[in-house]
Design a protein around this ligand. Sequence first.
Ligand code: Z5A
Length: 218
Amino acid sequence: MSTKKKLANKFIVIEGLEGAGKTTAMQYVGKWLASQGIPAHKITYTREPGGTKLGEYMRDIIKMDIEDESLDDKAELLLMYASRVQLVETVIKPALAQGNIVIGDRHNYSSLAYQGGGRGLDMHFIHSLKQLSLGDFKADFTIYLDIEPSLGLQRARGRGELDRIERLALDFFERTREVFLSLVKQDPNAVSIDAAQTPEQVEKAMFKKLECWVASLT
Ligand code: Z5A
């Protein structure tokens, strides 16, 4: 089967802590797809939370600081899923059905890592929520950009003021990273890349991983 055919209808997700370079990495995936002969109009880019008009409002709420009231951890999780379901049902599934390749900036692993690992919410609860709201829908390939939380936050800080989640203590991000690493270890369709490398090295490593993954597809 040709590489183009193998790649049609595939959902590729980039995961990682803040400052890992996900936004930058999305462009690398796009560049690699172009090198495989995929035209730009066959690639759909998404981000979570957000990615739809309604989802972007939810993203604002998630990032918002409200005086005298903090967002409950479970409410935060449910907002992540509300945004995700809206995105999957109205953007991702229709794009895949048209043979597009979807590149996602974060997906389900972020909820397990941040809300399960960082916040300490019950993992079974998150798994059940995922199953009830999205069934077996999942990424075909996940690229996790691994970075020490302190370095990631240093990069994020260089970009401007930190938001409600980014201001959390370092141990929150250590717990989040632990879950990301264990999820990737258990998933044969996920790989980890050292995001502390230079952008050029990250790009090269990503191209290699993408090539290996595509070669494994039948
Ligand atoms: N969240 C959640 O809790 N649960 C969920 O289920 C989901 C999300 C889906 C989304 O915020 C927040 O929601 C996030 C997790 C939570 N919270 N936090 N904290 P966001 O989308 O605004 O934040 P983000 O996803 O973490 O994106 P980011 O901070 O923009 O990071 P990034 O996209 O990974 O990094 P970047 O913008 O590509 O790069 C950051 C800077 O580093 C930039 O100046 C780059 O030029 C630089 N950079 C990138 N790569 C390199 C290398 N290799 N070397 C040196 N410098 C680099």
